[in-house]
Design a protein around this ligand. Sequence first.
Ligand SMILES: Cc1ncc(COP(=O)(O)O)c(C=O)c1O
Length: 380
Amino acid sequence: MKVPFFKTAITGDEEQYVHQVLHDGNSFADKNFISKCENWFAENNGLKNFFLTKSCTHSLELAALTLGIKTGDEVIMPSFGFVACANAIALRGATCLFVDIESTSMNIDAAKIEAAITPKTKAILTINYSGVACDYVAIKKIAHKHQLFIIEDNAHGTGAKQGENSLGSFGDISTFSFDHLKNISCGQGGGIAINNETLLENFFVHYEFGTNRRNFFSGKENRYEWKNLGSNFPLSELNAAMLYSQLENIAKINGRFVQLWNLYFEKLNTLQTQRKISLPELSIDSYHNGHCFFIKTKNEEERNTLILFLTAKEISAQFHYTPLHSSEFGLTAGRFYGNDEFTSTESKRLLRLPLYYNMTDTEINHVISKVLEFYEIDNR
Ligand SMILES: Cc1ncc(COP(=O)(O)O)c(C=O)c1O
């Protein structure tokens, strides 16, 4: 049995909505599905100012532009993170200041942020790794005390909550991904929530080619012109049509992700009890979306041997981010602050197991049995 690492969820209505866009003469201009998606985030996640973009990468770059991040500024972020987070800062000529992560969640360690703040610090960039929230109570306190912005990268966390609050509601600006490897996807797409409304005016200029086009189209100004840096950030109506059908089915999609995640946890817990592997630790009020299930092996060598073992059984399991601070470009674009207690060691131990919406019970039980077999646990 061949088990891929991921397959994009297709729920059934995607084709009908895409067909509607192609066959309705005005739909590209009307942006009907774009509005439906943006309203969905307002109504379901409380994100009043949510806008679709071409990718989370674009959203991160847009966030850096909107916050006016520039040469000489510093942005604090985890080194265990996606390169798009660091690029967004480096593209503005600013410096990435990498801080250690918690070994439990793999999220930035809030307790290590404050010591890294300097007069140059402009923002804290957080990543909700695997759809699990960072410690925003602590992070918001620090940001408020030092008057820093929070950029919340919620690429993994669409539909997840921490307590009552949706992920994506914690940052001054929060970003989302709908690429083909996310629970909710439109092939390639992203979103941005401007939760700090004082940033909205600036945001619209950067979002729409660096112009005041939005005011022109809404009749507030009688012409539009080049005002600042910008680009063509908005998503296409065709992608939005696919995305909307997925948002309508989010309970079903995320529900299945969480069900599979729980099954992995339950059946592999015996390995954790025997101290052979570590499993993710969640806070009691984390309502995550099951985006990714990871285990942590004893060390990198064991992780790589397990990958080869599973590959030989036609199961695709994958490691994740290589720490940014020690990567070739990271050495010039930023620096690590403090002690690298967990970033390097924990990222080398981490292994993601296959997990996707239409993964069958037979497939997941097969993966579980092979992992148990690797550790010589009798699972008959
Ligand atoms: C944490 C994080 N941020 C940003 C991105 C970029 O997302 P996109 O592919 O939508 O540009 C990714 C991609 O997986 C990611 O993992």
